[in-house]
Design a protein around this ligand. Sequence first.
Ligand code: T3D
Length: 265
Amino acid sequence: MRDDFKHLLIRHDGAVVTITMNRPTVLNAFNDLMLQELTEAAHEAAHDEAIRCVVITGAGRAFGAGQYLTSLAAAQNSEAPGQISEHLAKYHRLLHILREMPKPVIAAIRGAAAGISCNIALACDLRIAADDARFIQAFARIGLVPDGGGGYFLPRLVGLGRALEIAMLADEISGAEAERIGLVNKCVPLDEFEATTSALAHRLAQGPTRTYALIKELMYQSLDGDLQTSLALEGKLQDIAFTTADHKEGVAAFLQKRSPHYKGS
Ligand code: T3D
């Protein structure tokens, strides 16, 4: 995939690609170009079969500080401010690409994850936080509602009551607290953060990638459906998983008492 982005760093390590948002002087706040580049990189990662796990993280001391408020203020004060929803549609494209990515996506969060950056982390499949992480649904602090899927992801991860509290009070949530309430999968000391993220990413990259894509489809579609619909989908997806080479390999490895070697197909 392309690696000459202005505001992103791309690092390949075997079948893992790490996409680092790189505007550290403003805590990786999103300008239009970084959003466009992240969307493009995620799209390319989705279609690159050599990539079997994607890590999204931030350069410097933060994951991201949300929308770049300098440009938001400029747009607001312009003579034709336009609709904010038109701008949000660009973020929505990214959110769909992340959720539909046919391989695992990990958000690796150190320092602040505020505003729409926080919700992009929530759109990923798994989250690892360092113990210096600070999750902030900063929207209400500036009189906005949670966007970037906040109204969808937050209550599903932490429950409605806590989601309302987090969104209305917009208080900081530490990495440890985020782990306790289910906002992240794991919080680790900062000096173990990179190694923990890398170990998880490589473990997933060696797994049955096609099956992971089917698991994502089953879980995400079932979130909004009823039991009957979920069970029907489960049957359809299991028919697909049943025919994969990785399924055959997994069964053979078990019977031969050895570790499986998944090719992702
Ligand atoms: O159309 C649309 O796209 C609307 C969508 C909106 C979605 C949103 O994301 S709304 C929410 C936007 N984000 C925020 O409100 C968060 C703003 N930032 C902060 O509250 C704080 O910076 C943090 C709590 C994240 C971190 O605090 P701290 O004390 O660790 O760092 P700092 O000193 O505030 O920030 C460091 C620098 O980054 C500083 O610049 P300076 O003084 O060194 O020149 C600060 O101004 C800059 N910065 C941080 N966040 C933003 C930013 N500059 C512009 N936009 C930012 N979002």
